[in-house]
Structures are given as structure tokens and as C-alpha cells.
Design a protein around this ligand. Structure first.
Ligand code: RRO
Length: 310
């Protein structure tokens, strides 16, 4: 069974890697991902300067997944750029740098720095952080997203991707796709970031479970799988010539299979990785390979996007 994926001009050894934010803030974590069965590595969303993030508790596991309001804690762009300079690209595992500037100027400054260095690392610009108080998710503002993509094109000369928030209406899928399709060097979209501003309530304490924003936070895990699949499917159909990276609710080979059937080129693992650690990648890859064997599929190309309708 062949789980390799060819995209962005290279072939990576599998289809699974981490969702940005999980197990990727520190060099030691990134190296553990690189040493694991993950097929690629993406760094924690970077801002121009380091941030401590929101007050704790800011992450909570729940029976159906997770809620977080981390608030973009990260070591700052220079730390991840330095890691990218030293990364072992020869392993065949691509390195993605997630960028989440607090302004359009900050995002463009980071993209220009990356372009100057000429590194093979690929940017995934985060248009969908739900957790910085006072900063709305850019991906929900279509005019601002259109303006941002024009500026990214001017700042960066290579292929890049964006991390999108979940959308919930066909009119929004169509409007965002029309904007994204104006940009040939936008090579991929990652669907989805957490479902923003959910609220988890604990009955015993009669309280919220995380401190920032009076308990509101981004949902991940089982809660988000159907929403993630819908976003992967719709953008797969609406963005011909671009790749869709599936992210949301993957905890076994079964959900990875669903994402690929919906059209995903590669699949990211967030909440499950947070709870299980990098050993999750070999387990999920093994389960996916077993499911493919049972179904008679020998490569991901044999079923990618071939979801049937009734
Ligand atoms: O750091 C966070 O709070 C965070 C970010 Br930047 C994001 O994009 N998605 C998320 O669930 N949390």
C-alpha cells in the first residue's frame, strides 16, 4: 500500500502531519514530529515577535474533542525561520511555516523575509485564528481576505497556502472560492481551523472550562468532523488546480479515509495528536493502509475525491 503524496513539486512519504498549533511550538517538539511517522511538519503559527498567549487554563480536553483559546503563544517568526534554515529537507518531509501576523503588514513582512532566504519551507498563512481578543477571523471578512491575498502575491514569489476557518453556507463557499481562484500561486487551502467561539460547560462546577474570553474557544475533535468534511468537499470542487489539506476530527484511519474521499491531498491531525503524541501518526497510517487493503485501493489517487452522492 502506497500512502505517498506528490504535490507542491515533491513527493512526501505519507499523507499525515500535524495541524499547526499542536506539538510544534518548540524545536524539541518539531524534531519529535520529524522523527515520527508524520509525513511533513508544520510550525506553530508565528507572529513577528514572541507571544506568551492567553492566561491559563486555555486548553481543555472533553469527551468529544477539545476547546482552546491559546491566544497565539509562539516563539516569534525568527525562531521558526532559524529552525527552517537548519531543517533536514533531504528527509523528504516538507516543512511548512504557519504565519499568523497581527496585521497584514506583519504577514507581508514575514513572507518577504521568507522569500529573501530562498528556503524550501512553504508558508501556510493562518486566516482563521479565533482566539486573539479584539481580532476577528480574517477569513470571515471577504473584502479583507481579497486585499490580503493581493498583498501576499506582492510579498512572496513562491507557492503558498492559507488556513481557512470553517464556512457554513454555500454562498460563503462560492464567494471565498472566487477570491482564492484569482491567485495561481495559492497552491493549497487547509480546511478547517477550529470551529471558533464554542462554549463548553461543566455541570459540577457550573462553570466554563477555559479562562480567556469567559470560556469561548475553538472546538476540535469529534465536534468538527462533519463540518471539516463539508469544507474539504466544497473547496475540492470549487478550487480546480489547487490542493485541499483536510484538518478536523481525524483520530483513526477511518476519518483520514473520509477526508481523502472528500478530496483531501493530505490530512492534518490536531486534537488527537495533542492527546496521544506523535505515535498517533504510525497508528493512523497503519489503520488507513489496512482500510485501503480491505477495499482494494493501492494508492490515495485511487479514491481521492471520489465521494459518491445518492
Ligand atoms: O493560538 C490559538 O489560540 C489558536 C490559533 Br492561532 C488558531 O489558528 N486556531 C486555534 O484553534 N487556536
Amino acid at each position: 500500500i502506497d500512502l505517498s503524496v506528490t504535490w507542491l513539486g515533491q513527493t512526501m512519504p505519507g499523507c499525515l502531519y500535524n495541524a499547526s498549533g499542536v506539538w510544534c511550538r518548540e524545536e524539541g517538539e518539531l524534531e519529535a514530529l520529524h522523527a515520527s511517522a508524520a509525513a511533513a511538519v508544520i510550525t506553530k503559527s508565528a507572529t513577528l515577535t514572541p507571544r506568551d498567549g492567553n492566561p491559563e487554563p486555555r486548553y481543555c480536553r472533553t469527551p468529544l474533542g477539545s476547546i482552546n483559546s491559546m491566544g497565539l503563544p509562539n516563539r516569534g517568526f525568527d525562531y521558526y525561520l532559524d529552525y527552517a534554515r537548519r531543517y533536514r529537507y533531504g528527509s523528504g518531509k516538507p516543512l511548512f511555516l504557519s504565519l499568523s501576523g497581527l496585521s497584514l503588514d506583519d504577514n507581508c513582512a514575514m513572507l518577504r523575509r521568507l522569500a529573501e532566504e530562498g528556503l524550501p519551507a512553504v508558508p501556510e498563512v493562518n486566516l482563521s485564528c479565533p482566539n486573539v481578543p479584539g481580532k476577528p477571523q480574517l477569513g470571515y471578512d471577504f473584502a479583507a481576505t481579497a486585499e490580503a491575498l493581493e498583498a501576499f502575491d506582492a510579498a512572496y514569489s513562491g507557492l503558498y497556502g492559507v488556513k481557512l476557518p470553517p464556512y457554513f453556507d454555500p454562498a460563503h463557499f462560492a464567494a471565498m472560492a472566487e477570491i482564492l481562484n484569482r491567485h495561481p500561486r495559492l497552491a493549497f487551502v487547509t480546511c478547517i481551523n477550529s470551529i471558533g467561539n464554542g462554549l463548553v460547560v461543566d455541570i459540577d462546577s457550573e462553570a466554563v472550562v477555559i479562562k480567556p474570553k469567559d470560556g469561548l474557544g475553538g472546538l476540535g475533535g469529534d465536534y468538527v468532523l462533519p463540518t471539516a468534511l463539508a469544507n474539504v468537499r466544497e473547496f475540492f470542487r470549487l478550487l480546480p488546480g489547487k490542493d485541499v489539506v483536510g484538518c478536523g476530527g481525524v483520530k483513526s484511519g477511518r476519518e483520514a479515509f473520509m477526508h481523502i474521499l472528500a478530496g483531501a491531498r493530505a490530512v492534518q491531525v490536531g486534537t488527537c495528536l495533542y492527546h496521544e503524541g506523535p505515535g498517533a501518526f504510525s497508528r493512523i497510517a497503519g489503520e488507513l493502509a489496512m482500510l485501503m487493503r480491505v477495499k482494494g485501493y493501492r494508492s490515495l489517487d485511487a479514491f481521492r475525491g471520489r465521494l459518491r452522492t445518492l
